[in-house]
Design a protein around this ligand. Structure first.
Ligand SMILES: Nc1ncnc2c1ncn2[C@@H]1O[C@H](COP(=O)(O)OP(=O)(O)OP(=O)(O)O)[C@@H](O)[C@H]1O
Length: 248
């Protein structure tokens, strides 16, 4: 058994991670064929993450910050398992709930109600558990009568409300949030921030990508700064923001 004096257990371990994307320079088979005949390159590779290593412990609230294209979303997708690294490895311990892209995990032709069941089941909840929490989920989302409308008619804010409401009502250990909350209106964002603070105080792990430095300064106790795919700072939030501003 773990002694209370010991440091918290790791929830996310990222070791020497590298991710490269292939950028194609031709659209059709014909273009590729002609390019090959002319010995032109039809694709190049682009390193989005280079040798990134970090460990996140239970109860930590981490802000992943960096300018556009620095690799933040790529790193979060590796943690959520949506992407795989080309080198290195990513390990997580516990249930991971991810809000990575607006509408991800939702089926457009199903209603909000059906999508709640689908999403919650993907996050590991049994039907009885979902039944018991359904009203709370809908109340938190403030979707109201639209719960029986097909989600293809939802606005991006409505998607995020429902996805966030489902995620926080699951037995999660790690919450991954990628910028998506930005599409919610100010009162809903404030409600999400309060809920996130509550989860963090309850010992859950938060890993959030955002450009909202005010919000993460309030919520997060550690900042990771990426610059062109490299981790350039890992430490307290005020210093992380200073490192970000100096990384242009
Ligand atoms: N599927 C893809 N194919 C090719 N390149 C990609 C792909 N996804 C991301 N990239 C490139 O990888 C780099 C890192 O992208 P990523 O989305 O991780 O950055 P980010 O820090 O989240 O950016 P932003 O702040 O703009 O959201 C960018 O240059 C981007 O163009």
């Amino acid at each position: 058994m773990r002694k209370t004096s010991e440091s918290p257990l790791p929830r996310i371990i990222i070791e020497g991670v590298q991710k490269t994307y292939t950028l194609r320079h031709s659209n059709s088979f014909k273009e590729s064929f002609v390019a090959r005949l002319r010995r032109k390159r039809t694709s190049t590779s682009f390193t989005a993450l280079n040798d990134v290593t970090l460990t996140v412990h239970e109860g930590e609230a981490i802000a992943l910050i960096g300018y556009n294209g620095s690799g933040k979303s790529t790193l979060l997708k590796l943690v959520s398992g949506v992407l795989r690294p080309d080198a290195g490895r990513v390990r997580t311990r516990g249930r991971v709930a991810g809000l990575i892209e607006v509408g991800a995990g939702f089926h457009p032709d199903l209603s909000g109600r059906e999508n709640v069941y689908l999403n919650a089941a993907i996050l590991g909840m049994a039907k009885e558990e979902i039944d018991a929490r359904f009203d709370e989920i809908v109340a938190f989302s403030e979707i109201g009568e639209f719960i029986d409308t097909e989600v293809k008619h939802y606005s991006s804010g409505m998607f995020v409300r429902l996805a966030f409401a489902v995620a926080i009502h699951t037995e999660l250990d790690i919450l991954l949030v990628d910028e998506v909350l930005a599409v919610g209106d100010a009162p809903f964002r404030e409600k999400c921030n309060a809920k996130i603070r509550e989860l963090v105080s309850a010992g859950k792990t938060l890993f959030i990508v955002t450009h909202d430095l005010g919000m993460v300064s309030e919520i997060c106790n550690r900042g990771i700064v990426l610059r062109q795919g490299e981790l350039i700072f890992d430490g307290a939030m005020p210093e992380a923001i200073a490192a970000l501003k100096g990384s242009r």
